[in-house]
Design a protein around this ligand. Sequence first.
Ligand code: AN0
Ligand code: CP
Length: 318
Amino acid sequence: MKYFQHVADLGDLQQAVKEALEVKANRYAYKHLGENKTLLMIFFNSSLRTRLSTQKAAMNLGMNVIALDVNQGAWKLETERGVIMDGDKPEHLLEAIPVMGCYCDVIGVRSFARFENKADDYEEKILMQFIKYSGRPVFAMETATVHPLQSFADLITIEEHKPVQRPKVVLTWAPHPKALPQAVPNSFAEWMNAADYDLVITHPHGYELDPRFVGNATVEYDQDKALAGAHFVYAKNWSAYADPNYGKVLSTDRNWTITTEKMALTDNGYFMHCLPVRRNMIVSDDVIESDHSLVIPEAANREISAQVVLKRILEDLK
Ligand code: AN0
Ligand code: CP
């Protein structure tokens, strides 16, 4: 594997989950694979889990790791070609990327949607420049439209906890004060469709996701109806995708918060969230602290999803 953005990049998904469970059972079995190889993690945005879990995964494989927080210590980077650089950005991405490529063997990129230009976000303009100009394998650590390491970890977590072969999985919008990207729900829908679960997506009107990610999911605007009989409830806030409201907050309706009463509608369902989560906006204290909350197992599986991705990249390095 050279690039990792979409579920299809892993090939056979059942095989990938099997490999993940093997890695989880014996995570130091490949500690020579990454010998003398360097992972460079580039962060344009903050992170707790992605940074720590990906570094841990790389260390399990024997890699060296460098993390760079762009805009905190590094030169501020201009990303638009053709700009007269007389402002506050002393360096251009078009030099910075090939320079970064000189110092590493694999690059992970975190670069959220900027909500300035929908086409730029949805064409993954920043990630594509890393792919084009770094000369290295590149994987997404949440980019403008996708967060595949999260969805892979979520899939592993569901496989570990599912009470039936084909569980009902509900992706529900929940309120949040700030405009958040669609990357997590986009990828979650993509991966749940690929796993062929019974996927229902619920959100207020105006929060429709890109149909390319919704795929075969059922869209239900009544959250209570959507939650009926659910085995897994995956809560997440996202901002509007549809024009003319792209990147806008249209609602902060706390009737959509996941509470004990909402969970009572499910079939003894598990609660899931990628974290970081705002308590009592997205989910009540009681639900996130309950024995049916999977937020910590999901986070733990981030090490595993990252390790499978890095392992496959290392296996294919020339
Ligand atoms: C980010 C998001 O919603 O995409 C990262 C989630 C993993 N969340 C926040 O910025 C709060
Ligand atoms: N879930 C996740 O990606 O968390 P961080 O933003 O802390 O990396």
